[in-house]
Ligand binder design. Structure first.
Ligand SMILES: [Zn+2]
Length: 426
């Protein structure tokens, strides 16, 4: 099948769905349907690169569908949750599905759906510094459940869930490439289970063998009702921060941890802070403040949540970001290796890059202060646009080098360019 004849369904218009759509459009895929039930939030912008501040509050899928007005691809943005009531309609005439959702039970259900309906699936996921992908052929064998069994929703990890934007960006563009490969070569060998680990700077392809006892593709069962997503988005409105007591019952993760962290950082070492948390914060914030070097002196159940008494242990942070900045970049800041200090470095940085719309887009979304295109300084033979994947890898490496203040990170796939870029590399 030619890409221009293909019809692809992307489930999820978030950090993976945005680059997946970009990749399909760039490859000239004929039709794409993108489906998502959510609206754009401020904290989405650092990694969901098709949205801007003016889109906050608008439904994601229709906004994403309007992001490429000059391209030939016909894009349909559906503001809905893919579930058992609309799956037949949304899968009609679809040649391949890209799962760009988050949440284990959602991915489990989409895997089941695609195996049962007989549509090939590209499963993609990203968290913190790691991204994963599996291509599931028509009917499975292997499918996601062959590798992991039936998945259940992870609980209590929201505050830990940060992600680098280049991680989800990379796997989104790779998912688009994998979908295109499926369209061209329907019965080709499955590439295996791809694991990219940016922290360790390595990629692995693990063999993905069919499980003869797979609960999904060996014995196709009925499709279960669609699971309710676990809400992880910050609520509107900010609870008042006080010096000695903090009511975070209205805050969701990861803002509740960030606010607790800031209040503790403002205190003298040994100072006591009382924190009230709702059910969600009760799961994650106590461990989060311990991980930051503070001591939880007392914890009592209060309603669905918990009341904590914490002694400030770590030294106060010098960095002060505004509340708006905290809220927008929450998922990056919550990464242990980034924090407010790392985010401030991004704000203050200047990155020189060679002509790449993708690199620029991801660096700008991450909050990098100044971007300069230096491609005109390159010899003519090197004055060309980076590939989509090359661009996002560059952006990921540049951010990591800025935040971690390391100069020894290799520039993946771009050793020749490195010799020709004037000045200090990020
Ligand atoms: Zn299976």
């Amino acid at each position: 099948m030619k890409p221009s004849d293909a019809h692809v369904l992307i489930v999820g218009a978030g950090g993976i769905g945005c680059p997946a759509l970009w990749g399909l459009v760039a490859a000239g895929v004929g039709r794409v349907r993108i489906v998502d039930p959510d609206v754009v939030e401020l904290s989405n912008l650092p990694r969901q690169v098709l949205y801007t501040k003016t889109d906050v509050g608008a439904p994601k899928a229709p906004v994403a569908a309007r992001a490429f007005p000059d391209q030939a691809t016909q894009i349909e943005g559906v503001h809905a949750r893919l579930d058992h009531t609309n799956a037949d309609e949304l899968l009609r005439e679809i040649d391949v599905v890209i799962d760009a959702t988050d949440g284990a039970t959602t991915k489990d259900w989409i895997n089941q759906l695609c195996v049962r309906v007989g549509v090939p699936l590209v499963h993609a996921a990203g968290l913190r510094s790691e991204a994963r992908m599996l291509v599931v052929p028509v009917g499975g064998k292997p499918c996601l459940a062959c590798l992991f069994g039936r998945l259940v929703e992870e609980t209590g990890s929201c505050a830990d869930l940060g992600v680098w934007n280049g991680v989800v960006g990379t796997i989104g563009f790779m998912a688009a490439e994998a979908a295109l490969a499926l369209l061209v070569e329907h019965d080709g060998p499955t590439p295996g289970y791809v694991v990219l680990d940016f922290e360790a700077r390595r990629s692995l392809v693990l063999g993905a063998e069919p499980d003869p006892d797979c609960p999904v593709c060996a014995r196709p069962a009925g499709i279960e009702p669609y699971p309710e997503a676990v809400a992880c988005a910050p609520l509107e409105g900010v609870a008042a921060a006080a010096a000695r007591s903090l009511d975070l019952r209205a805050e969701r993760c990861p803002m509740n941890l960030l606010r607790a962290r800031r209040a503790l950082a403002d205190m003298e070492t040994g100072g006591i802070l009382e924190i009230e948390l709702g059910a969600e914060g009760a799961e994650t914030v106590p461990d989060g403040v311990r991980a930051l070097g503070h001591t939880v002196l007392a914890a009592e159940a209060r309603g669905e949540g918990v009341w904590l008494q914490v002694r400030a242990g770590a030294d106060g942070e010098e960095t002060r970001l505004t509340d708006e900045q905290l809220r927008q970049y929450a998922r990056q800041i919550v990464l242990p290796e980034v924090g407010e200090e790392g985010q401030r470095r991004l704000f203050e940085a200047t990155v020189e890059h060679t002509s790449s719309a993708v690199a620029e887009c991801y660096l700008r979304a991450a909050g990098v202060g100044k971007l300069e295109d230096v491609s005109k300084n390159l010899p003519p033979e090197l004055q060309r646009e980076l590939s989509l994947l090359g661009g996002v890898l560059f952006a990921e490496h540049a951010q990591r080098a800025l935040v971690l203040e390391r100069e020894d990170l290799p520039l993946m796939q771009m050793p020749r360019l490195r010799d020709h870029i004037p000045g200090k590399l990020p």
